[in-house]
Design a protein around this ligand. Structure first.
Ligand code: FPP
Length: 251
């Protein structure tokens, strides 16, 4: 989709930093893992809502490369939850015709989670209208490092001339190669930072922050974020007047 079309009709791709599971759990007197479990229910709700709202791409930041630093019990709980989600949800994804993708250093995930992920990806690979992208063991900085390694390897083998490097070639080495950039990035729980999420891809994304914790995030909150998106003017470096001319709004 062109930049202009996505501005008029979008967002077509929403990225979500699902934050606040722990604080939500604490506020309810529950364990952190129960907060994550409730977060999984929100994922199900939002995947469905995206289809109703004609959002073709949804990227969920489910586990960052930095999340390995959490207590072992929480990391193991999250990996188990992910495996369960994938095993249970694949049937629904197939029914909804949603293609699953994963971005991040997938090979380093525990074998049970990785196996469930690969199976779900394989079983949904022929769908091409709706896309759910899970960012797992993901870090934008690692993504740049991995792309730089792949590019230098190709240069060393004479398969690529560094003189000809441009953004298209560089970004084709990112985990997100076949995916469009997010139009809108949402973060829940009141934090206002990107925490290593899609930093290159969100260069021109609109950002939306809400105080609502992820387990409490509903379709109505998503609609509110989309309304906010529609009130923005995405200029991609151009002037407001240029955009008016391009969209026929000049007088
Ligand atoms: C941030 O909340 C959330 C995470 C680190 C994990 C997100 C994972 C899920 C919602 C469940 C698994 C996902 C899928 C797609 C099945 P936090 O723990 O940092 O909350 P806090 O900042 O309040 O402590």
């Amino acid at each position: 989709m062109s930049e202009k079309a996505s501005q008029l009709n979008g967002p077509d791709h929403i990225g979500i930093i699902m934050d606040g599971n722990g604080r939500w759990a604490k506020s309810q007197g529950l364990s952190r893992i129960k907060g994550h479990r409730q977060g999984v229910e929100t994922c199900r709700r939002i995947i469905e809502a995206c289809q109703d709202l004609n959002i073709h791409y949804l990227t969920l930041y489910a586990f960052s490369a930095e999340n390995w630093n959490r207590p072992e019990i929480e990391v193991n709980g999250l990996m188990e939850l992910l495996a369960l989600f994938l095993m249970e949800e694949t049937r629904t994804l197939k029914k909804q015709k949603v293609r699953l993708h994963a971005i991040g250093r997938i090979e380093d995930l525990p074998s049970r989670t990785k196996a469930a992920l690969k199976k779900a990806i394989k079983q949904t690979k022929d769908f091409d209208e709706w896309h759910l992208i899970l960012a797992l063991n993901y870090s934008s900085r690692n993504e740049v490092v991995d792309a730089a390694k792949a590019i230098s390897q190709k240069a060393a083998e004479g398969k690529l001339n560094p003189e000809n490097l441009d953004w298209e070639t560089v970004s084709s080495h990112f985990y997100t190669d076949s995916l469009p950039d997010p139009d809108l990035v949402v973060r829940t729980s009141g934090e206002t930072r990107l925490s290593n999420f899609l930093l290159m891809q969100s260069a021109y994304s609109e950002l939306y922050f809400t105080a609502t914790c992820w387990p409490d995030f509903t379709r109505a909150h998503l609609e509110e974020a989309i309304r906010s998106y529609h009130n923005r003017e995405r200029r991609f470096g151009r002037t407001g007047e240029q955009l008016d001319v391009e969209t026929g709004l000049s007088y």
